[in-house]
Design a protein around this ligand. Sequence first.
Ligand SMILES: NC(=O)c1ccc[n+]([C@@H]2O[C@H](COP(=O)([O-])OP(=O)(O)OC[C@H]3O[C@@H](n4cnc5c(N)ncnc54)[C@H](OP(=O)(O)O)[C@@H]3O)[C@@H](O)[C@H]2O)c1
Length: 222
Amino acid sequence: MPTVLIVGASRGLGLEFVRQYAAGGWRVLATVRDPAGGRVVSEAGAEVYVCDVGDPASIARLAASMGDTRLDLLLHNAGIYGERQQFGAVDGDGFLRVMRVDALAPLKMAESFADRIVEGGIFAAVSSKMGAMSDNTSGGAYAYRAAKAALNMVIKGLSVDLAARGILTVALSPGWVRTDMGGPDAPLEPPEAVAGMRRVLAGLTAADSGGFIHYDGERLAW
Ligand SMILES: NC(=O)c1ccc[n+]([C@@H]2O[C@H](COP(=O)([O-])OP(=O)(O)OC[C@H]3O[C@@H](n4cnc5c(N)ncnc54)[C@H](OP(=O)(O)O)[C@@H]3O)[C@@H](O)[C@H]2O)c1
């Protein structure tokens, strides 16, 4: 039975990943930030761990609590959008908080968990088209855009640094999805976006490693 660790699974896309991987027969390990939110994740089929990815000590505790568990897939889904990030009024502390959670945390997760990912396994992070230079025609959202662009570079770097271990890496774009972050006007529901990203992951090859791939399989420009 393959094993996946889903990071940031309390709601939205992360919770849907838990549901679908559990239904697909995987052993699912999943993290929540607040233990009170763990029940719904456990009912969806996961073994639940607590981790605030913005805190490196919390990531270290998570790794230490997992014993010698081996992972076929580490899926870093946790992310925040940030507030007050429009031009002329950028909140600096908020900017750094988004960078910490959306860009630094996936890198620290990779450092902490690379030894546990099996040869041929995958380290994936949920990124966003908003991190693509080619997609930025509306400006604003400085922290989120910068953090997801940095995340994309992290994924590219990891594809080089983890290649010798046989680990594939990928930045996923879920599309615009109806979650707390995506809001009520988003055209996609989580089941469709997650099913698409699972298809991408299932078909990932060495040639895709370090790439940026939309939920429908399209290879995206940076
Ligand atoms: N929805 C979209 O349209 C869309 C589009 C492009 C990319 N994305 C990306 O997709 C991912 C999931 O987004 P979503 O739409 O499902 O958003 P969401 O409903 O707001 O869920 C965000 C998840 O991240 C977790 N999280 C936030 N900060 C964390 C931290 N410091 N430590 C651990 N977990 C943390 C949240 O946990 P808590 O419940 O504890 O806050 C929650 O489980 C994000 O990376 C987002 O940037 C979403």
